[in-house]
Design a protein around this ligand. Structure first.
Ligand code: CP
Length: 312
């Protein structure tokens, strides 16, 4: 594998899950693999889990991670081709990506969408520019439309916690005060479509995800109906896709409660707003897998880096 920018880069999700679990059982097994290799982590947006777990994954492989908050600390990067750079951007991506490639053996990039320009967001300009102009492999740490490290993590977590051969997994929208990206929901959907699970999505009218992602996944506008017999309830807010980037609804009736999820396990990628997205009683209960998910972020990233290093 050269780059990891999408869940579609996973050839066999079951074998990836198995391999990630082996790394979890013995995290330092491949400590020599990344010796004298450098991982550059470039953040155009904030992070807690991705920033720390990806560094931890690199360290477990013997790599040296170096981190930069691009938006705050680097020169403003121009992505347009042929632009007369007489504005706020001081450095073109052609040089920036090539220069970072001199210092790093793998580059990981986080760049969120604008949520104001669907076409531009879907072009994945930042991520694809790094793929095009860097001379080393690229890993997405969440782009405009996907969060494949999180999606792989969630597949691992469901596999570890499933007591059934084919569990029912529900992805449920929940209310939020800010307009949020579709990336986590998209990658989770793509990951579940690769697994042997009964997968459904619950969201209010107007919040259907990109149909090119959801494909034939059943979509319910009645949360209660969707939650019937669920084994896992994965919750995430996202802004409208059709009315792009807009908040159409902050209906508290969609908040996740203990009563609603019953015996199902609760999942969320974090960070999560308590008593807005999900009530305390769920997060503070044994039903919650959110900390296990955060732990598994390390092993998802470690597996991806291992596969890239083995391919070098
Ligand atoms: N889940 C996740 O990506 O968390 P961070 O935004 O804190 O990295």
């Amino acid at each position: 594998m050269k780059n990891y920018t999408s869940i579609n880069d996973i050839d066999n999700i079951n074998s990836w899950i198995e391999e990630a679990q082996e790394l979890k059982a013995n995290p330092l097994k491949n400590i020599e693999l990344g010796k004298n290799k450098t991982l550059g982590l470039l953040f155009f947006n904030s992070s807690l889990r991705t920033r720390l777990s990806t560094q931890k994954a690199a360290l477990n492989l013997g790599m040296n991670p170096i981190v930069m908050n691009v938006s705050g600390d680097a020169w403003g990067i121009e992505f347009g081709d042929g632009t007369i750079m007489n504005g706020n951007t001081a450095e073109h991506i052609k040089e920036a990506a090539a220069v970072v490639s001199q210092y790093c053996d793998v580059i990981a990039v986080r760049a969120f969408p604008s949520l104001t320009d669907k076409e531009k967001d879907e072009s994945e300009q930042v991520l694809k520019s790094f793929v095009k102009f860097a001379s080393v492999p690229i890993v997405s740490m969440e782009s405009a439309t996907g969060h494949p490290l999180q999606g792989l993590t969630d597949a691992i977590t469901i596999s570890e916690n499933s007591t059934k051969k084919r569990p029912k997994v529900v992805l449920s929208w929940a209310p939020h005060v800010k307009a949020l990206p579709h990336a986590v929901a998209n990658s989770f959907t793509q990951a579940m479509q690769k697994m042997d699970v009964e997968f459904v999505i619950a969201n209010p009218e107007g919040y259907n995800l990109n149909p090119e992602i959801t494909k034939d996944t059943p979509i319910y506008h009645n949360q209660k109906e969707a939650f019937r017999d669920a084994d896992f309830v994965y919750t995430k807010n996202w802004s409208s896709y059709d009315d792009y980037g807009k908040i159409l609804n902050t209906d508290a009736d969609w908040m996740i409660t203990k009563e609603k999820i019953g015996a199902a396990k609760f999942m969320h990628c974090l960070p999560v707003r308590r008593n807005m997205v999900v009530e305390d009683a769920v997060l503070d209960s044994d039903s919650s897998l959110v900390i296990e998910q955060a732990n598994n972020r390390t092993f998802a990233a470690q597996l991806v880096l291992k596969k890239i290093l083995e391919n070098e």
